[in-house]
Design a protein around this ligand. Structure first.
Ligand SMILES: Cc1cc2nc3c(=O)[nH]c(=O)nc-3n(C[C@H](O)[C@H](O)[C@H](O)COP(=O)(O)O)c2cc1C
Length: 394
């Protein structure tokens, strides 16, 4: 096995080990994938200020996210079909995250159920992400199930009432479990480790939903679920209803616009996540890191502002923090670890990111993340987007 030193190593190994349809599902954006690429490449444009001869002893990256202690400001983002990257993937990722000291968020569209994950983490608290569906009885029951499972924060995703087109998923005929077509069988024959894992678990489809929600023609298809069950009428009144019905910590995910950020702050939610869904929804939207500074400036005093999208290193986390994000979420960075090496791979991804965050913070002359601000950046707060490139040249 190759020596793993960064997230790219985990990605390359995951590509070898995970069946093509599920690897492609993770490593893709919508339409031209322009926003997906910008999420990563805009981080690269931000330059750090090197400081020297500063005491770098006794460093800390610890902080809080919606009042929860975290070892670093990074939570595992909700990722649908995580249990298809590796058998029992959500249970393994949740254990890795909680053992490490960061939050895990279970997607509505997960393979392992809320109850499976709760059992896997021995009743410790985790977070749950909600997609708003037409079947209101089911929604209420899902919230009750989350409460019963000790879920300590609800992440409401606002940017997927209709699904962005990802070409590869359509071409691959994405389903969970995969359909026994010739192409799938040939591909699976080259993934013995994955097949063995799947043979050892009974968790093969959307266990939060199947047997609980009704009215979907193909229970194994993400496309069918979103088309037939996701409620395209979701609005701020629904957000208010959900907040009241849930009654606990609420995080609104998928905010890219200052006006929406104001509405999110006014809703009384505890945090908002500046996110374009990892470039999987509105292709042509700016990168999340480019959208962040303006949103922080508008509502950062009223609500915790987090971001996700394109984080592949601890340096990215530090840059997001410096631009005002009080938390981040990672999607693909942990998914690649899971596909590559199961629970150990998720732990590895988290160690890599924390180490990079810690060392970079030290190079920038800081020992306590909470004291880091935008003064560690050379090219200023709005440096990430195309407009800001023009501004800095002007
Ligand atoms: C394979 C995949 C599945 C995802 N599924 C969900 C989901 O079920 N619910 C959700 O709110 N976000 C989902 N997301 C978006 C992530 O929560 C997160 O916003 C995104 O992955 C961040 O970008 P990154 O992957 O570059 O870190 C998914 C992302 C990926 C890559």
């Amino acid at each position: 096995m190759p020596t793993i030193t960064n997230i790219e190593d985990l990605r390359a190994l995951a590509q070898k080990r995970v069946p093509r349809m599920f690897y492609d599902y993770a490593d893709s954006g919508s339409w031209t994938e322009g926003t997906y690429r910008a999420n990563e490449s805009d981080f690269q444009k931000i330059l750090l200020r090197q400081r020297v001869a500063v005491n770098m002893d006794n460093r800390s990256t610890a902080t809080t996210m919606v009042g929860h202690d975290v070892r670093m400001p990074v939570a595992l983002a909700p990722v649908g079909l995580t249990g298809m990257q590796h058998a029992d993937g959500e249970m393994l990722a949740a254990r890795a995250a909680l053992d490490f000291g960061v939050p895990f968020t279970l997607s509505t569209m997960s393979i392992c159920s809320i109850e499976d994950v709760s059992e896997a983490v021995g009743g410790r608290p985790f977070w749950f992400q909600l997609y708003w569906m037409r079947d209101r009885d089911f929604m209420e029951r899902l919230l009750d199930r989350a409460k019963a499972a000790n879920v300590s924060a609800l992440v409401l995703t606002l940017d997927l009432q209709v699904i962005g087109q990802r070409h590869k998923d359509l071409k691959n005929g994405l389903t969970a479990p995969p359909k026994p077509t010739l192409a799938n069988i040939v591909n699976l024959m080259g993934k013995p480790r994955w097949c063995l894992g799947m043979a050892g678990t009974r968790r093969h489809t959307f266990r939060n939903l199947v047997g609980h929600a009704k009215g979907v023609s193909d229970m194994s298809s993400l496309g069918a679920w979103t088309r037939e069950q996701f409620d395209p009428r979701l609005n701020w009144d629904d957000v208010a209803w959900i907040k009241k019905r849930w009654g606990g910590k609420l995080i609104l995910k998928g905010i890219m616009d200052v006006e929406d950020a104001r509405l999110a702050a006014d809703s009384g939610a505890d945090a908002l996540v500046v996110s374009n869904h990892g470039g999987r929804q509105l292709d042509g939207a700016p990168s999340s890191i480019a959208a962040l500074p303006e949103i922080v400036a508008a509502v950062g005093r009223d609500i915790e502002v987090w971001m996700d999208g394109g984080i592949r290193s601890g340096q990215d986390v530090l840059k997001a923090w410096a631009l005002g994000a009080r938390g981040t979420m990672i999607g693909r960075a942990f998914v690649y670890g899971l596909g590559a090496m199961g629970q150990a791979g998720v732990a590895k991804a988290l160690e890599i990111i924390r180490n990079e965050l810690d060392i970079t913070m030290a190079f920038c002359g800081h020992t306590d993340l909470r004291k880091v601000d935008r003064s560690i950046l050379l090219n200023g707060p709005a440096a990430a987007g195309a407009d800001s490139d023009r501004q800095s040249k002007a």
